[in-house]
Design a protein around this ligand. Structure first.
Ligand code: CTP
Length: 478
C-alpha cells in the first residue's frame, strides 16, 4: 500500500495526538494508536473514534491527557474494565492498558494480566484491526504491524491474527464482525478464518441477541448487503440467527414449471434498494417483503406455483421476528409491516389498467409512506428479461405520474373526512353507533371510488342522501 511516512506524520500532526504523546513521554509509558482508527486511516475513511493502548497504566495515561486538555474534555473511568474514555471536541478516545488476553470492552470477565503491545495485538479480532502507530517521541508515527494487516488491507482479506478457533472462542461475536467487515469493505474472508466460523457457528447462540442484531443492522446498512447475507448463509450462521431467511432458499420445479429462488431474489431486492436509500427500516422491508413465501407456497395444477396472501402473512410474521431480534416494537416495526403488506399493490396497478380509484385507494392506504412503497416496489423488479424490466419501469413512470396527478387533485394521501363523525352525530342526534360508522365509511368509499370529489359540500349532500336511504332524519334546526 502506497502511503508514505510523511503522509502518516502529516495525519498524526494533530493537537490531540501531540498531547497524548507528551503525556506518555512524561510518564515514560509506551503508547500506541490502534484498531479501527489505524485501519480507517489506510482506507481513507475519516473516523473520530480513537483507540489508544498503553503498555501498562492505561487509566493513568488517560487522566494525564485529561488534565492537559483541561475543561474542554470529559473523562469517564471504567475501573473494572481497566479502561477510560475521554470526550474532546468531535473525538471519543478510548484508553486501555495492553493485555495478554482478549480485548473486549464489554467483557464481564475481570481485567486480565498486563501484556506487551504484541500480546495485545494478537488478541484482537483481525489483522486489519491489529495495526498500531507509535505515539512516543522519536518513534512517533512508526507502524507496528506484526500480522501483516496492511498486506491484508491491500489484498482485501479478513483474517484473524491467531489460530481463528482461539480468536473466535475469545469472543464469538467476531464471527459476525468478520462477515460485517467483509460486507462493509467488500473484502473476502480468508479460507481458514471462514472454515473456523463454520466450525464454531453454534457458539453464536451464547451471545445476547442485541449484539448480533447490531452487527446484522450494519450488514443491512453496508453498500452491498448481499455480500454479508451470502457469507452468513455459507458459514451456517444465518440458519441459527435468522431461519426465516434460509427457508426462502431453493427453487422447486413441478411439471416443468419452476419458481424463482426467493432467497437470492430477496438479496437482489435488498441490493437494489440499497442504491436508493439509507433508511434502515426501508431496507428491512426489502429483506422481509417475501418472508412468508415458504409458508404460503402451494402447487395448483391450473395456476402453477402460488404464494397467495404472502404479503398479509408476512405482515403478521414481522412482530415475531422483531421481538426475537430485539428490534424496536414501535412505529418503525409498524412501518415495516405496512410496506410488507402493501408491497405488491403498485405492481398490480402496473399490470392492470390504472384507474383513478385504484390510485386513490393506494394513496389512502399508503399515506405518507407512498414514496417508500414505490421505491420498494421498483426494487422488487428483478426479472432477467430486459424487455420485461423495461416495460415495468416504463409503466412505473406512468403510475408515479398518476399518483402525483390524483394527489394534487384529490388530496387523499392524508385523508381527513370532509364531514366528520362528531358532526354526523350532532345532525342526527345520535350517539356513536353502527349507523354513524356506516355513513362515515360510505363517504370515504364514495370519495375513493370517485363518485364525489373530496370536498365538504359534496360530501355533506351525499351524506344526507345516504342517511335518507337508511331512514335517518336530521334533527330540526331552529
Ligand atoms: N476488537 C476486537 N474484538 C471485538 C471488538 C473489538 O478485537 N469483538 C478490537 C479491534 O482491534 C477493533 C477495536 O477493538 O478495531 C475497536 O473496536 P470497535 O470500536 O468495536 O470496532 P472498530 O474496529 O473501530 O470498527 P467499527 O467502529 O466499524 O465497529
Amino acid at each position: 500500500m502506497e502511503i508514505s511516512q510523511e503522509k502518516i506524520l502529516a495525519h498524526l500532526d494533530k493537537k490531540i495526538f501531540r498531547l497524548i504523546s507528551e503525556a506518555a513521554d512524561e510518564m515514560g509509558v509506551a503508547c500506541y494508536l490502534i484498531g479501527g482508527y489505524v485501519r480507517d486511516f489506510f482506507l481513507y475513511r475519516p473516523s473520530n473514534d480513537i483507540d489508544v493502548v498503553a503498555v501498562g497504566q492505561g487509566i493513568e495515561l488517560a487522566k494525564a491527557v485529561g488534565e492537559k486538555l483541561g475543561k474542554r474534555s470529559r473523562i469517564s473511568v471504567f475501573k473494572n474494565f481497566g479502561t477510560a474514555q475521554i470526550k474532546y471536541k468531535e473525538y471519543e478516545i478510548e484508553f486501555v492498558g495492553a493485555r495478554k488476553e482478549s480485548y473486549r470492552l464489554d467483557s464481564r470477565k475481570p481485567i486480565v494480566e498486563d501484556g506487551t503491545l504484541e500480546d495485545d495485538q494478537k488478541r484482537r479480532d483481525f489483522t486489519i484491526n491489529a495495526m498500531a502507530f507509535c505515539l512516543n517521541g522519536e518513534r512517533y508515527g512508526e507502524l507496528l504491524d506484526p500480522f501483516h494487516g496492511l498486506q491484508d488491507l491491500e489484498d482485501l482479506i479478513i483474517r484473524t491474527p491467531l489460530d481463528p478457533d482461539i480468536t473466535f472462542s475469545d469472543d464469538p461475536l467476531r464471527m459476525m464482525r468478520a462477515v460485517r467487515f467483509a460486507s462493509q469493505l467488500g473484502f473476502d474472508i480468508y479460507p481458514d478464518t471462514f472454515d473456523a466460523i463454520r466450525r464454531n457457528r453454534d457458539r453464536i447462540g451464547i451471545l445476547s441477541m442485541e449484539r448480533v442484531t447490531d452487527e446484522l443492522n450494519k450488514i443491512i446498512l453496508s453498500p452491498k448487503p448481499s455480500v454479508g447475507f451470502i457469507l452468513l448463509e455459507r458459514t451456517g450462521l444465518l440458519d441459527i440467527i435468522f431461519p426465516e431467511l434460509t427457508a426462502l432458499k431453493g427453487a422447486e420445479t413441478k411439471d416443468g414449471i419452476g419458481h424463482k429462488d426467493n432467497f437470492y431474489h430477496t438479496l437482489m431486492v435488498l441490493d437494489n434498494i440499497t442504491r436508493q436509500t439509507d433508511n434502515l427500516w426501508l431496507r428491512w422491508s426489502a429483506l422481509l417483503h417475501d418472508i412468508a413465501k415458504p409458508a404460503t407456497k402451494r402447487w395448483d395444477p391450473r395456476l402453477g406455483w402460488t404464494f397467495h396472501n404472502h404479503n398479509y402473512i408476512g405482515e403478521k410474521m414481522v412482530p415475531k421476528i422483531f421481538r426475537r431480534m430485539k428490534l424496536p416494537q414501535n412505529e418503525k416495526m409498524k412501518y415495516v409491516q405496512k410496506l410488507v403488506s402493501l408491497h405488491m399493490r403498485p405492481m398490480q396497478l402496473v399490470e392492470e389498467e390504472v384507474t383513478d380509484s385504484a390510485v386513490r385507494r393506494l394513496l389512502f392506504d399508503a399515506g405518507d409512506d407512498i414514496d417508500d412503497l414505490m421505491t420498494l416496489c421498483e426494487a422488487d423488479i428483478t426479472s432477467k428479461n430486459p424487455e420485461k424490466v423495461r416495460r415495468f419501469l416504463n409503466n412505473f413512470k406512468i403510475v408515479r405520474r398518476k399518483l402525483q396527478e390524483i394527489e394534487e387533485k384529490d388530496k387523499v394521501r392524508n385523508f381527513q373526512p370532509p364531514v366528520d363523525g362528531n358532526e354526523i352525530m350532532e345532525i342526527f342526534g345520535l350517539p356513536q353507533c353502527r349507523e354513524i360508522g356506516l355513513l362515515k365509511s360510505a363517504i370515504k368509499e364514495a370519495i375513493l371510488e370517485g363518485e364525489i370529489p373530496n370536498e365538504r359540500e359534496a360530501a355533506f349532500q351525499f351524506m344526507l342522501k345516504k342517511a335518507e336511504e337508511m331512514s335517518l332524519t336530521p334533527l330540526k334546526r331552529e
